[in-house]
Structures are given as structure tokens and as C-alpha cells.
Design a protein around this ligand. Structure first.
Ligand code: AMP
Ligand code: ZN
Length: 459
């Protein structure tokens, strides 16, 4: 199996450290709001990764954290805590918010057939361990105290910035990280923040009341559940330059190691070619897609049509075409299922080998779908249907389902005729009713009487 490793900037051959069980950590949601379809694309990517590994024969121990404190509005440790700000706006406590939005998040995972990670630890359940890690970082000379918190001294590390190839000199000059009074280097980051009085979430610490920085959460929890060194760390591409860089720095400070052998990152979803953002009003949730008549499986299928390292542009037109091809695929597979004809072992083995090659080559799901399509063009056979179900262990798009019933778009003219026929029928004008029915049929539609009304279908 090969993966593109952000750390080496290469497609590297993958082997789990212990030879059989892959230990994997993925950055999970900050639960202050509904996850949008862009976020969900990233979780579909992480699920594809888990499923791809399992398909290849590995056991997977997968951990995804829930960030319920400490993720500030700006990645440069400025601004309010996202949880606190949203809680104020919604007149709830941050704890109520976390409870509600993580519940919705788990529902979304289920709707999208995303396998539940082995554990989904919450940051607020690990405050003690985080305080301990901050203490160790101070002891080892990596952490220093300022008026508003404890900061990590990145210049103590010889290669801070290796994941994103950050030029630290450029950073000092540029505005990517705002300069903060007293920080030794502008890119030094908070590992612990001292809480102002009105900050709701705060805990006792050796430095007074406060709360953890976002990056230390992932370092503490990944170490607790997976150990100092594990196999894969995944996240969205936006995590590369700060969050993941800082996780590496903390682990190097604490244990002298980069925590993960492989760093995998999923590209962003765009909407209408541009950035997805609440202020532009172009974010949608899975529930909102359902309200518009789309099935979550159609969205997942849509995601799988792009490689995880390519940007994916969302429009309702492209989702519509995904919906049509997904349902056509289901229809064809049902025809295969109904056939008792056999397909030769060689042909089946050839498709399985091609599919395996695509998936083990940096999770090439679009290529895998292409192979599935070619395979469904073979003579109808239940063997093809069964092999498609095996492929679905990776795709997770419920290929055993019946296709969605096609929605009939009824032209106004046909609707009017059907209403006239219904009136004629109620008036017992049978000849007229039959005449109108014939007119409706001539237009390609059929009308059926049902309890209390009528139903129009295509002929
Ligand atoms: P957050 O809850 O803001 O921490 O984000 C959750 C996950 O969604 C992170 O892994 C981000 O990398 C990812 N993400 C945010 N926006 C997008 C997007 N437009 N497309 C894909 N992933 C995204
Ligand atoms: Zn993280």
C-alpha cells in the first residue's frame, strides 16, 4: 500500500509499525456548530482511509478527538474561544453546545456510512493529562510563561516547520502569524491559556485558572490512546501549517519523536468554485441536502468521484449528475443480482486485482469507481453483483440498495387534464373521463385513481 506522505512529499510504501495493526489519529470536529458538507468531505476521506486499510488486510485502531474547548477564532492564538462565542450567541453553556453538536455530528457520520472510530475522546475529559504535558514541556525548557498563558518556544527545535516547509524568517516578516507582546518568536503558540473571569470553561492549574490550547489536546489524546509514535495522522489540508506543525513540535518536545510516520491530508471542497463560508451563505449540512431531496449516499458517491488530494467543486448540478449515475449504478447492479449466469473466475480475479491496485495506490477511489463501471458492463451475473459488494467495503455507498424511485416531473398541462378528469369522474361523466385519460396518455403519462385523489406516473 502506498500513501502520499505530506512529511516526505512523496508517495511512500506503507507498513504499520507493529506489522499488523494500524494506529491512526484523525483531527475531529470543533463542536460549536453544525458540520458542513466540506467538513464531511474530510471525514469521508478519513473513512475511505480506514476502509482501504481494512480491505488490504490490516487491523485498524482509529481515534478521532472531539474539540470542545480551546479552539480560538484565529489559529494564531488570538480571538475568542469558538465554543464560548457560539455559546453566548445561542444562549447555551459551551457544555450544552458540545453535547448537542457532537450528537448531530455522530448522526451525520451514520448517515454517511462512516465507520465509527474506536474512540472519540473529548478534550474536556483530558484536562489533567494536558496540564501534565504542559508542565513537562516547561520542565524540559520548551514552555515559557507569559501574562496570558504558557507558550511553546519553537526556536528550541532544530526543525520546526518541516511538515509545511515554513520559512520562519519569512513568517516573522509576514502577517501569517500575528506578533504577540512578549512571545520569543511570532510563531510560538499557546499550550495553555489563562482564563479571563468571564471565560466559562476554566480549570485550576499551576498557572491559575485557565484552559488548554487547541494543539496540545491532540498531542495529549493521541499519546494516551495510541502511544508516543503511531502510524498515521490525518486531517484537512488547512491543518498542515499550524495545527499539525505544532503537534509535531509538542511531541518532539515531550518525547523526542515526530508522533506519526505518515501524515495524510484531505483537500478542500469548494462551492461554485470558491471558498465555502457561513458569511457567504453557501454552506450546507447533510440534513439540508436531504431536505432538498438528496440521499446522503448520493453525496458520499459524489465525494468519491474525486481523489482525496484534489479540490472538489460542489454545485447542485454536479450533485444532480452524481445522483443520476449513482441510481443508474444501483439499477444495473440489481439486474446483475437477478441473473443466475456465472462469470468466469479469471474475469472476476482480473477486476479484483485492478480494484485492489487502485485502492492501494494512495486510495484512488475515482479509478476504483471506473473499474466498477467497466465491470457492470459485463454480461449480467450475480457474481458481478457479489464482487461489487466486496468493492463496497471500501466505497461504503450501500451498493446493495434499490435505486431511488424516479421522481416524475408532471407538466402543468398534464396536471390540469388530470384534475379535469378527476372532476368528470366525480360527476360520473365516464365518457369524458375516458377521453381525457386518452389525452393524458398521448402526452406520455398515466393517471391512476387512489384513495381520495389521483396519481400521475410516466407511461
Ligand atoms: P473544524 O470543525 O472547523 O475544526 O473542521 C473540521 C474539519 O473539516 C477539519 O479537518 C478541516 O480541515 C475540515 N474542513 C474545513 N473546511 C473544509 C472544506 N471546505 N472542505 C473540506 N474540509 C474542510
Ligand atoms: Zn488535531
Amino acid at each position: 500500500m502506498k500513501f502520499y506522505n505530506t512529511l516526505s512529499r512523496n508517495k511512500d510504501e506503507f507498513q504499520p509499525l507493529d506489522g499488523k495493526t494500524v494506529r491512526m489519529y484523525s483531527c475531529g470536529p470543533t463542536v460549536y456548530n453544525y458540520a458542513h458538507i466540506g467538513n464531511m468531505r474530510t471525514y469521508v476521506f478519513m473513512d475511505l482511509l480506514t476502509r482501504g486499510l481494512k480491505f488490504t488486510g490490516y487491523k485498524v485502531k482509529s481515534i478521532m478527538n472531539i474539540t470542545d474547548v480551546g479552539h480560538l477564532l484565529s489559529d494564531a492564538d488570538d480571538g475568542e474561544d469558538k465554543m464560548e462565542k457560539a455559546a453566548k450567541a445561542q444562549q447555551k453553556t459551551p457544555f450544552e453546545l458540545a453535547e448537542y453538536y457532537s450528537g448531530v455530528f455522530f448522526e451525520d457520520l451514520k448517515k454517511l456510512n462512516i465507520l465509527r472510530p474506536n474512540a472519540t475522546p473529548k478534550a474536556t475529559d483530558h484536562i489533567k493529562e494536558m496540564i501534565h504535558d504542559v508542565e513537562v514541556l516547561i520542565e524540559k525548557g520548551y514552555g515559557y510563561e507569559l501574562a496570558d498563558g504558557i507558550y511553546f518556544d519553537i526556536m528550541k527545535l532544530p526543525h520546526y516547520g518541516q511538515l509545511s516547509n515554513i520559512d520562519l524568517e519569512e513568517q516573522i516578516a509576514g502577517a501569517r502569524v500575528e506578533v504577540h507582546n512578549g512571545k520569543r518568536h511570532p510563531a510560538d503558540f499557546a499550550i495553555w491559556k489563562k482564563a479571563e473571569k468571564e471565560h466559562i470553561m476554566q480549570w485550576e492549574s499551576p498557572w491559575g485558572m485557565g484552559y488548554p490550547g487547541w494543539h496540545i489536546e491532540c498531542t495529549t489524546m493521541s499519546n494516551k490512546y495510541l502511544g508516543q509514535k503511531f502510524d498515521i495522522h490525518s486531517g484537512g489540508v488547512d491543518h498542515i501549517p499550524i495545527h499539525h506543525e505544532n503537534e509535531i513540535a509538542q511531541s518532539e518536545g515531550l518525547y523526542g519523536v515526530n508522533p506519526a510516520n505518515f501524515w495524510l491530508h484531505g483537500e478542500f471542497m469548494l462551492v461554485d468554485g470558491g471558498k465555502m463560508s457561513k458569511s457567504l451563505g453557501n454552506t450546507y449540512t447533510i440534513t439540508q441536502l436531504q431536505d432538498r431531496g438528496y440521499d446522503p449516499m448520493e453525496f458520499r458517491y459524489f465525494c468519491l468521484n474525486a481523489h482525496y488530494r484534489k479540490k472538489l467543486n460542489f454545485t447542485f448540478e454536479t450533485l444532480d449528475s452524481a445522483k443520476v449515475s449513482y441510481n443508474r449504478l444501483l439499477t444495473t447492479l440489481q439486474q446483475h443480482k437477478a441473473s443466475a449466469v456465472k462469470t468466469s473466475e479469471e474475469v472476476l480475479a482480473k477486476y479484483l486485482a485492478e480494484f485492489t491496485n487502485a485502492i492501494t495506490d494512495d486510495l484512488n477511489a475515482p479509478k476504483g469507481l471506473g473499474i466498477l463501471y467497466t465491470m457492470t458492463k459485463e454480461a449480467k451475473s450475480v457474481d458481478i453483483y457479489n464482487l461489487a459488494q466486496k468493492f463496497d467495503e471500501v466505497f461504503g455507498i450501500s451498493l446493495d440498495r434499490l435505486p431511488a424511485k424516479e421522481e416524475v416531473v408532471v407538466p402543468g398541462e398534464v396536471q390540469k387534464l388530470a384534475e379535469e378528469r378527476f372532476a368528470a369522474r366525480n360527476a360520473k361523466e365516464w365518457a369524458k373521463s375516458d377521453e381525457i385519460r386518452a389525452e393524458i396518455e398521448a402526452l406520455g403519462f398515466a393517471v391512476k385513481d387512489v384513495a381520495g385523489g389521483f396519481e400521475i406516473t410516466t407511461k
